[in-house]
Design a binder for this molecule. Structure first.
Ligand SMILES: Nc1ncnc2c1ncn2[C@@H]1O[C@H](COP(=O)(O)OP(=O)(O)OP(=O)(O)O)[C@@H](O)[C@H]1O
Length: 438
């Protein structure tokens, strides 16, 4: 099981007792004695569940709950209190607490609640769903924007490199919207030729063109009431852009070969990895269409700019792959982590996922080693002179530390924190590797 749980509780005995009970149930448990301490933990580690007391010191449980809901999507919260008041319970559930526990009630009821909540969480994981949890501020901001925008009917444009998770975000927006019980329909505009794309989107009447042997509904109609996701929007031919603009404005379509107007109700999400603004400037993308689709624009950071998430994501993929392949994995060697953290992941999360799946396939005796790690980075495969392993490792370490320092504007405390080493150790490494502030 092993879901990470954080207990936030200022009554030490109760906290430690609860920790012990949950550990016996197989969970991995951390305790914080104040909300402030809990926030520090939450910024460093991903938790599936937070159990927080309602009455804490300066910051109370409700405020902590709100902060978690705003900044740690995917982390569930159970509020605990000594005094049951209906108002507090209602308030907690309204803000998004998963449950409410009254201290003094049988502890089994709390454990049952925890099991139910985490089971729902785990079953999502086993169904190959994404990990919308992060330790990175920019990615968290993107999640927050997506959830906010999801609650409104606006058109949303997702921008991000290939494999960064644009489709994952489109699904998240759909799931968080009022349309979540209606269809989510995705169309990749790049994969289809102009005429096929047109009939795919609008549908066609029987005999509309050679080969149209039957009447067919298009994706707009299929998405009725739900969400239409157009991926690789930069590849949409100008002629179709005009037609889509009209659909967005009139909220109706005509099947090819027909002039009957069919009303359609959809939320439009588009995605691209190309600079649409430049394409507009060069006349390769229609300006009016661009302004229609990007009411809200969300940039999804590439994986190399959220290195804190590499490890939890990799562990998530290993868990899914090892479950699917019935190959338990209990150890991933430090060497593997070193390589992964130094790698630049041009293929983003997709590439990390593929790498981890491959490593599970080749793992022996429940251990993942670097032996089967073929990374496409220059430094790791090509252009590497013969050298002792130690020099190679040092070069990697230097490169990684330099990039982290740059990312943190050379803030040594912050960087040491991410690296989980002391300031002094980091300063020694900076000296040893001759890393200069740029
Ligand atoms: N946060 C995440 N958690 C788990 N898996 C993720 C996450 N983000 C992306 N992935 C996985 O990475 C792969 C690529 O994601 P996705 O298809 O959403 O990327 P994309 O930006 O739409 O790529 P492309 O531009 O190539 O279409 C998918 O297998 C997806 O499940």
């Amino acid at each position: 099981m092993n879901n990470p749980i954080l207990i936030v509780e200022d009554e030490k005995d109760f906290a430690l007792g609860l920790k012990e009970i949950l550990e016996l149930e197989g969970y991995s448990v951390t305790v914080s004695y104040s909300a402030e301490e809990a926030l520090v933990q939450l910024s460093k580690n991903l938790y599936d569940l937070v159990l927080t007391d309602l009455m804490l010191g300066k910051m109370d449980g409700i405020t902590l709950l709100k902060t978690i809901k705003d900044n740690h999507y995917g982390t569930k919260v159970i509020l605990m209190t000594a005094y049951a008041t209906v108002e507090n319970a209602v308030k907690a559930m309204k803000i998004g607490a998963a449950s409410y526990y009254v201290k003094g009630n049988p502890i089994e009821s709390l454990i049952d609640d925890i099991k139910t909540i985490l089971k729902a969480n785990n079953s999502i994981t086993s169904a190959n769903s994404p990990m919308i949890k992060t330790l990175n501020k920019d990615y968290q901001n993107a999640i927050n924007m997506a959830i906010k925008a999801a609650k409104t009917p606006v058109n949303i444009l997702l921008i991000g490199e290939s494999g960064a998770g644009k489709e994952v975000f489109a699904n998240l927006i759909h799931d968080e919207s009022e349309r979540s019980d209606k269809p989510f329909v995705a169309v990749n505009c790049q994969a289809l030729s102009e005429s096929v794309l047109e009939s795919e989107l609008f549908g066609h009447k029987k005999g509309a063109y050679t080969g149209a042997t039957e009447e067919r509904i298009g994706r707009f109609e299929a998405a009725d009431g739900g969400t239409l996701f157009l991926d690789e929007i930069a590849d949409l031919p100008l002629s179709i852009q005009v037609k889509l603009l009209r659909v967005i404005e009139t909220r109706s379509i005509e099947r090819l070969g027909s002039n009957t107007n069919i009303p359609v109700d959809f939320r439009l999400i588009t995605a691209t990895n190309r600079p649409l603004k430049d394409m507009v400037a060069r006349g390769h993308f229609r300006e009016d269409f661009y302004y229609r689709i990007n009411t809200v624009e969300i940039a999804i950071p590439p994986l190399r700019q959220r290195k804190e998430d590499i490890r939890p994501l990799a562990e998530h993929f290993v868990k899914i792959a090892s479950d699917q392949m019935h190959k338990p994995v209990h150890t991933i060697t430090d060497e593997v982590w070193e390589h992964l953290l130094a790698y630049d992941f041009k293929g983003n999360v997709r590439e990390l996922k593929n790498i981890m799946e491959r490593l599970v396939v080749f793992s022996d005796e429940e251990i993942i080693t670097a032996e089967h790690l073929f990374l496409k980075n220059d430094i790791l495969t090509n252009n590497v002179d013969d050298q002792p392993l130690k020099d190679f490792r040092n070069a990697l370490e230097k490169r990684y530390i330099t990039s982290l320092l740059e990312k943190n504007q050379f803030n040594v405390t912050k960087t040491a924190d991410v690296l989980k080493i002391t300031r002094r150790q980091l300063q020694n490494k900076i000296k040893m590797y001759d890393i200069e502030k740029r």
